[in-house]
Design a binder for this molecule. Structure first.
Ligand code: FE2
Length: 453
């Protein structure tokens, strides 16, 4: 018996300013509604243009539960379609990426499509003469998604045909992507190396929340990062430089005070980042020759400004995280209410010394790989939370840390780095985009939390 579909009061009751109901993490119906509404109304990351540099190149991914593909057309333009043949519904491309040549060809009946999605040919076309096929959607080719926007090579799409436009949706938050790109002396990133992928037996939102949860590293990562530090303390008596791996691990054990002082910024529509003044990425050793190249490209003042911005984790709502100073991007792909696929991508800064990319790859391996010791600390916490949330007696998850009663929602603001304001910001956006396409959705925001009592 559906309890939440089109039941706006019931949905609003799940989200209170300082706590959220467990159903948002565990209920399969909520998950289905997220796929239908939240992931259709928001701008979702599809991929990076450097993955499909040549005509005929394509990549496949999912927006929520919808299989999509992005392809590079002969004129260089990028198109995003649903990955489905209009004939019998067969998935057109099954690889994560590749080159299709001049056209896509459905493997079932050989209907073929140009790389901009339009129908190229149907075998035995005569058999459709007089059937009215030309009046159907089937001859329009591969269905495009509602809207596509490419921002400095980052491909985003919105499934819904109408809704909030790209610039309004992301606003100032794009400054984190800008900073990551500007760190290249040529102002260009190339996605390089295969993504690290692994499945998590938990709700996708737990992973997104974890990205700005600064009260867990010194606790959950004590056994991994803490051990790395103690090994280094023992070994450093022997002399020699601090290994890159220790530089990566050590800040995870920074005290609460460090994380609090680094600050947190929220933006409208659920975006936000930790690391306003400093971050765990601020004290890496200088890479020889890099600063000189940046000065050559941008002038000293601008180069210092770009490199002085050390944002920690930037959440692009709903489901990616960008780490500018280390050039990684993580995608949290919802599979089921209790299943999430995490993909962690690495970028090379074009024109920068190789050592920077080495550090990026090392960071990704040490922190985000299926074999990472740090990632598994978190994985166990998510897994336990997904199980624990089924325990009866209390039905809420607390997001109250540094909450000020009456705190404005959906605004730009700065808070202490250990605040849970970004989690609250995500839930404020969550309910907004869940309701946007429901009947009477988005009509009366003042009643957001009223029905909860
Ligand atoms: Fe963690």
């Amino acid at each position: 018996m559906p309890r939440y579909a089109n039941n706006i009061a019931a949905l609003k009751a799940l989200i209170q300013p300082e706590r959220v109901h467990r159903d948002v993490y565990t209920d399969p119906e909520i998950f289905r509604l997220e796929m239908r509404h939240l992931f259709a109304n928001t701008w979702v990351y599809v991929g990076h243009a450097s993955q499909i540099p040549n005509p005929g190149d394509y990549l496949t991914t999912d927006i929520g539960d919808q299989p999509v593909m992005a392809s590079r057309h002969t004129d260089g333009s990028i198109h995003v379609f649903y990955n489905r043949c209009p004939h019998k519904g067969v998935k057109i491309a099954s690889e994560t990426c590749g080159n299709t040549g001049k056209f896509f060809r459905c493997p079932y009946h050989a209907w073929s499509f140009k790389t901009n999605g339009s129908l190229l040919a149907i075998p035995l076309k005569k058999g459709y003469d007089g059937t009215g096929l030309e009046e159907t959607e089937a001859v329009r080719g591969l269905s495009p998604v509602g809207a596509t926007h490419i921002y400095r090579d980052f491909i985003f799409a919105r499934l819904a045909k109408t809704g909030v436009d790209f610039e309004t949706f992301f606003g100032e938050s794009l400054s984190s992507i800008d900073n990551m790109i500007d760190r290249s002396p040529e102002g260009k990133l190339v996605l390089e190396g295969a993504p690290l992928r692994y499945m998590h037996p938990c709700n996708w939102k737990m992973l997104v929340e974890n990205q700005t949860d600064t009260c867990h590293p010194m606790v959950a990562h004590e056994s991994s990062a803490g051990t790395a530090i103690s090994v280094w303390e023992r070994e450093q008596a022997k002399g020699g430089p601090k290994p890159m791996a220790v530089e990566v691990y050590a800040p995870f054990m920074a005290p609460y005070d460090f994380f609090d002082k680094m600050g947190l910024r929220v933006w409208p529509n659920g975006h936000g980042h930790t690391g306003v003044t400093t971050s765990i990425h601020a004290d890496y050793s200088a890479v020889p020759g890099y600063f000189e190249k940046m000065v050559e490209a941008y002038g000293e003042e601008r180069a210092r400004e770009i490199l002085g911005e050390n944002r920690h984790n930037t959440i692009y709502f709903p489901n990616i995280m960008v780490k500018g100073p280390i050039q990684t991007l993580r995608v949290f792909k919802p599979i089921a209410a209790d299943k999430t696929l995490v993909e962690s991508y690495t970028f090379r800064l074009v024109g920068a010394p190789d050592l920077l990319f080495e550090r990026t790859l090392m960071y990704n391996r040490l922190i985000n790989a299926p074999t990472s010791i740090v990632g598994h600390d978190d994985l166990e916490m998510y897994e336990r939370a997904q199980i624990g949330l089924h325990a009866n007696g209390y039905e809420w998850v607390n997001v109250q840390r540094l909450y000020e009663p009456g705190e404005p929602e959906d605004v730009t603001a700065i808070a202490g780095g250990t605040s849970e304001r970004q989690m609250r910001n995500q839930f404020s956006a969550w309910i907004k985009y869940m309701l946007m396409s429901m009947p009477e959705g988005n009509a009366d925001d003042s009643k957001f939390h009223e029905a909860a009592e």
